[in-house]
Design a binder for this molecule. Structure first.
Ligand SMILES: [Zn+2]
Length: 116
């Protein structure tokens, strides 16, 4: 079985027994993620801002948000989910203390950087 990441939150999907038959069709790690599948444009916005910033530069996920949204945990998690999906696509890295971390388990403040 090939490893895959959730198309909503971007975390690694832990295979379940009932999914063995149709693993190829599984796209989300949970019902919650299937219901909350992304309609946002945060993936594009992250890439745009990173390209604007230039090679080897980083951004905080919160830089994508208006001030009124920066304390909004739901919106913030959407940006972090978009970042995880971009990691799964091999486009960016998620950093903590300048070291690439596992997007599925990283907690606390993160920075994002383009993979050249
Ligand atoms: Zn998920």
């Amino acid at each position: 079985m090939t490893k895959k990441t959730c198309s909503s939150c971007g975390r690694i999907i832990e295979p379940r027994k009932k999914w063995l038959k149709n693993w190829e069709e599984i796209k989300y790690c949970s019902d919650r993620c299937r219901k909350n599948r992304p309609k946002d444009l945060f993936e594009e916005k992250i890439l745009e801002l990173l390209k604007l910033r230039g090679a080897n530069k980083t951004i905080f996920p919160s830089e994508l948000l208006q001030d009124s949204d920066k304390q909004n945990k739901i919106v913030m998690e959407k940006v972090r989910s978009a970042a995880r999906r971009l990691v799964a696509q091999g486009k960016i890295k998620i950093l903590q203390n300048s070291v690439a971390v596992d997007p599925s388990t990283a907690k606390g403040p993160i920075r994002l950087t383009l993979i050249p």
